[in-house]
Write a protein of this length. Sequence first.
Length: 150
Amino acid sequence: MEELLESGVILIDKPPGPSSHQLTAWARSLLGIKRIGHGGTLDPFATGLLTLLCGRSTKITSELLRKPKRYLAIIRFRKSIDVQELSEIIDELRGEVFNVPPKESAVKVQVRSRNITNSELIESEGDGRVHLISISCDAGTYIRTLVRDI
């Protein structure tokens, strides 16, 4: 176990609430790890995979942060949306987009150009209000900004 903590990776299913920094600090304290960092910030209310790099693995953090990402997102609309129309809108997301981080994000709010390599509607609920989408994109893309723009 000690060897893994000196050069391993810990994957955490981040719940809503704690920040990425808080979870990293808890892991450091709980496991007694001196060198530990996370491979990308998730906003406190967001859920998802948080990658913690331990010991010598922290050397690849910057490389991990630059790599493209794939997100699955659930969109909930206030009213029913035509599935065909939504599918066409999501398909049009591909290519370069101008992505503005939300006001309550962990970075300075400014327009950033990001590349969307793939976007698709995967599944829709019967009433047309809840949809599951997949987006493959550059690191640093704010999915909730894309969803807001939809």
